[in-house]
Each structure stands twice: as C-alpha cells, then as structure tokens.
Design a protein around this ligand. Structure first.
Ligand code: ATP
Length: 316
C-alpha cells in the first residue's frame, strides 16, 4: 500500500510572511507523526495544506493517494485547531449528527465512551467544560473510523486524566492501522505518542526522527537543577558544566551517582539551596535547543535566554 501522507516541497506565503518554505515529509500507515514547533512556525498551515483547506503556492501533497481536495472524506478525519460545533446540541446529538454524515459510521455511543464522555452525553456542548468540549471534537473525527487522522492540537485544554484517555485512544487507533498526523505543543504528548517527530521552525522542518534519536542527537546531557540564590561563580570549582537561570543553577552531565558529590560540594561551601531535581534529557530539551538555534539564526541575536553562563560555553 502507498504511503498515506506525502508532502513534497510545500510552500505557502501570506504576504511577506513565509508560513511554509518547502516542506517535504511522508507518514506511513499506522504511524503517528507529531509536528512540533513554536507559535507561528507553520504547523496549522501545513495541516491545512495537507487537508485541502489552503492551497500551497508551490509543491504537492497527496493523502490516501489523492490530491488533498479530492480525498475520499469517508476515510479521513480532521480536527482543526479551532472547531466550534453548535452549542445547543448535546454531546450525544453532536456525535450522532457527525456520524449521520457518513453512509457507514461507528455507533456514536461507542465514540462517546472512547473519548471518556459516556456520562456527559446529555449535556449541551456549550455547557461542557473546555476540555470536555475538546474531547467531543476529537470524537467527531472518529465517527467514520478514518484511515488517516489529522489532529491539530487535540489535547489543548484537556486535564491530565482526559489527556491520557485521548492518548490511549490514539495509541489504539495507530495499533489498528490508522495513520495519525498530530500537531502539539505538549512535548510529553509527542514523546509518548509519536513514532516520529518533526520540528517545524520558520516554515522549515529543521529536524525529524524518532523521539529517542532526536533526544540522543540534540538534547544534551542530564540536568540537575538546584534552586539557590547563590552566585554562579560559587560553582566554579564543580567538576561539571554549570549555567544559571534566575534562581536556579543547572548542572549538566550529572549521573544519579554523582548527585551526592554535588550535595557535598554545596554543603562544604555553605551554599544554601531549597530544592534539587534531576532529569534525563527529553524532547523538551530538543525543542528548546533547536527552536532557540533556529530563532538565533533567524534573528542573529546573541542574548535570548537571559541565562548567565558560569564557566562553560553551554546554555542551560
Ligand atoms: N490566513 C492567514 N492569513 C495571514 N497570515 C497567516 C494566515 N494563516 C497563517 N498565517 C501566518 O503564517 C504563519 C504560520 O501560521 P500557523 O498558524 O501555520 O502557525 P502554527 O505553527 O500553527 O502556530 P501556533 O502554534 O500558534 O498554532 C504565522 O506567521 C501566521 O501569522
């Protein structure tokens, strides 16, 4: 079977603004592809170009082997970033309404349960909480059991438990062969769900790969965050790279076994601290490193983070 989502050299401008500057990508069947990137990076524009709601200035897109405007809608699910169904329909009525648009559709009751709203079926959409509304919106994209699903920030505004419900749902869909193209600002979401992640910045896909590969390549080393008002210079003799950020000192490359030595260092110098937290590098570090780098290249600025470096050339 052919690759369900393919973009080649997609370009889109709005006046002087370059929203997409030649994006090429493909997403395989059953794959979850997460598109991340700063506000205004072009994510929604890319989703719109792939789903036929905006026409690119150059390049081509194919979804389910068709032009985006000619895709068999029975096989496609699209959740736009801004989606406001009628407020005076209940969650159940809304899903039944959207299901009725398709000759073959799932039982709306099952979809309601899938998005964790079995108990809220009789509530008007306008009376649901923001997170419940978003879950109904996700549900509307599932009624036709789509083969390809575009979800533009599906979990924005959803509480942690509801988010996990949606995550499990997406995982189950992908396992059953649904191709999922997702945009998100939630790095935990991208890391958990995505087989591959693409980082869009300034209309360009500046990095792509599995979350693991991106972390290994771009995220740097582990970080120990020390909440302290001590001056960065007080850490000069520590055997690890250190950077300061506000009332935090960030020590890089510390393994869990090294934490004791850092604590000894603090105690020996009477450096007061109110908290220590250690973390493995993750996708958020990748995002910060690459988004900053791209922003730097774009603006040619040299001082963007407000971080003061102690005795290394690193940023935190
Ligand atoms: N219809 C439009 N008219 C004019 N400019 C637009 C239009 N749509 C998008 N843009 C511009 O194109 C750029 C990319 O916007 P886009 O919405 O694709 O970004 P995004 O990555 O989805 O952002 P966010 O994370 O904030 O949702 C922005 O500078 C935006 O202002």
């Amino acid at each position: 079977m052919d690759t369900p989502v393919v973009a080649e050299g997609l370009e889109k401008r709005y006046g002087e603004t370059v929203a997409l500057s030649g994006v090429t990508l493909s997403v395989e069947r059953g794959e979850v592809f997460a598109l991340i990137g700063p506000n205004g990076a072009g994510k929604t524009t890319l989703v719109r170009a792939l789903t036929g709601t905006t026409e690119p200035d150059a390049g081509t897109a194919r979804v389910l082997e068709a032009e985006p405007t000619a895709v068999d809608r029975d096989r496609l699910g699209v959740l736009p970033q801004a989606f406001s169904p009628p407020g005076r329909l209940t969650a159940r009525e809304l899903l039944a309404y959207y299901a009725g648009l398709y000759a073959e559709h799932r039982d709306p009751e099952d979809v309601l349960a899938d998005v964790g709203l079995a108990d809220a079926g009789e509530t008007w959409y306008e009376d649901l909480s923001g997170g419940q509304q978003r879950r109904v919106c996700v549900g509307t994209t599932l009624v036709n059991d789509p083969g390809v699903l575009f979800l533009d920030e599906p979990t924005t505004g959803i509480d942690p438990a509801g988010r996990r419900t949606v995550w499990r749902l997406i995982e189950a869909l992908a396992e059953a062969g649904t191709t999922v193209f997702l945009t998100t600002h939630d790095m935990a979401e991208a890391e958990r769900l995505a087989d591959r992640v693409g980082l869009l910045a300034g209309g360009d896909l500046v990095a792509r790969g599995t979350p693991e590969d991106l972390v290994a390549e771009h995220a740097g080393s582990s970080r120990l965050e020390i909440e302290t008002t001590a001056e960065p210079s007080a850490f000069e003799d520590l055997a690890f790279p250190v950077a300061a950020r506000g009332e935090e000192v960030i020590v890089r490359g510390v393994s869990p076994a090294d934490i004791g030595a850092v604590v000894d260092y603090l105690d020996a110098r009477d450096l007061e601290y109110s908290g220590l937290s250690w973390s493995e590098p993750d996708l958020e570090d990748v995002y910060l490193a690459l988004a900053d780098e791209t922003e730097l290249e774009r603006t040619n600025r040299t001082d963007r983070t407000g971080e003061t470096l102690a005795h290394t050339g690193e940023t935190a």
